[in-house]
Ligand binder design. Sequence first.
Ligand SMILES: [Zn+2]
Length: 152
Amino acid sequence: MTTGTTASCGPTTPLHSSNRHGLKSKHTMKASITIGGKKLNIVWADIEEFGTYCHDSACIALNSSLKGDAMTAMDTLRHELMHAALAISGVGFGITQEQEEQIVRCMESIFFPAWDQLNQDGLRWGRKAEKRKAKAKAVSTRQRRAKRWKEG
Ligand SMILES: [Zn+2]
């Protein structure tokens, strides 16, 4: 899935000041998340991108137009959180912005769909496995009872 999200503010180039994020009171949402021990503020902003992460200001900005689109807002937030994780871990400082974007988009379009599928199928598999286990237990209980009855 492509959200069209970009992080134009990489971990090594603090392009975005808080003014660039448009942190006017009408755009401020009182939300934050702690990731890797770093507290990030999450704000709505009038930006061109779907979202941005700025390491120096510890801020994720989400495009104000996503206020009415919770799914895209959450996908964008997850995308920016991956940028934050790479920067906070230090991985983001050893790669170019293009390489970082490739990693994030790989996770976004390949890893998470597989993870979501695993969660769904895994649960179904789990229920089937429990039924098989219960059936096997019932059979072995019947066999033990039959054996005991035979032995008398
Ligand atoms: Zn990005």
